[in-house]
Design a protein around this ligand. Structure first.
Ligand SMILES: [Zn+2]
Ligand SMILES: [Zn+2]
Length: 222
């Protein structure tokens, strides 16, 4: 099991730095927001392609004080980020009174986005660290079969679907299969059950309980 030396420590450091910056912004811009909701406890998977890459991310809604306008919050947020050494870009989402001012701050590969509603008091804070691989990619090892011709229970036959594997023969018991676009896709054969859907993981089937249809699988050709 190959943990990449120092990767978790580096990600934790980035997570702490992100949280500290977000706490500072939220406390200043939307005082009274519940900072306990700013979960940054465990990194989550940002990219399911091998090797998996993890990041810390957080989302929090604050309320603009009644006395402060949306434009003031936006410029104050930009000034705070800028003075902390973050690169800031500003844009608009929508137009008219129902628009949001969107402010994006970047530092390294970490980012913070602040959306300020002009039509409501909501200020949405979101942030994420870069996504890092924490472990070296591992070659998948196919599981040992649950049953072989030598270990069959008397009166039983090897499962015609998995040939005794027991685990789902499509995904090898992982519940997922590699997917080019998303990295992983749910296994359609077992629907994440991980075991063979015919023998339910036993690898063998009682000959006396086979349906006529199932018996067809054991008939030798010719
Ligand atoms: Zn089976
Ligand atoms: Zn499967």
């Amino acid at each position: 099991m190959g943990d990449i030396p120092g990767a978790r420590e580096e990600l934790d450091r980035l997570g702490r730095a992100l949280r500290a910056r977000m706490v500072e912004l939220i406390t200043d811009l939307t005082p009274g927001a519940d900072l306990g909701l700013l979960f940054l406890d465990e990194p989550t998977v940002a990219d399911w392609h091998e090797p998996l890459r993890h990041h810390y991310s957080a989302l929090l809604r604050g309320e603009r004080p009644a006395s402060v306008g949306a434009a003031d919050i936006t410029s104050r947020a930009a000034a705070l980020l800028d003075s902390a050494g973050w690169q800031v870009t500003t844009s608009q989402d929508g137009d008219g009174p129902r628009r949001w001012s969107v402010l994006t701050g970047r530092r390294g590969d970490s980012s913070i986005e602040i959306r300020v509603g002009h039509h409501m008091s909501a200020v949405m804070f979101s942030g994420q660290t870069p996504a890092l691989a924490l472990r070296a990619p591992e070659e998948f090892t196919w599981p040992e079969p649950r049953c072989t011709p030598e270990t069959l229970t008397p009166g039983y036959l090897l499962c015609y679907e998995c040939d005794g594997l027991g685990a789902c023969p499509e995904c090898g018991g992982r519940g997922w299969v590699p997917d080019q676009v998303h990295g992983r896709a749910d296994c359609r054969a077992c629907r994440r059950q991980r075991v063979c859907v015919i023998c339910r993981g036993a690898g063998q089937l009682a000959a006396s309980l086979l349906s006529p249809y199932q018996r067809g699988y054991y008939r030798r050709p010719g």
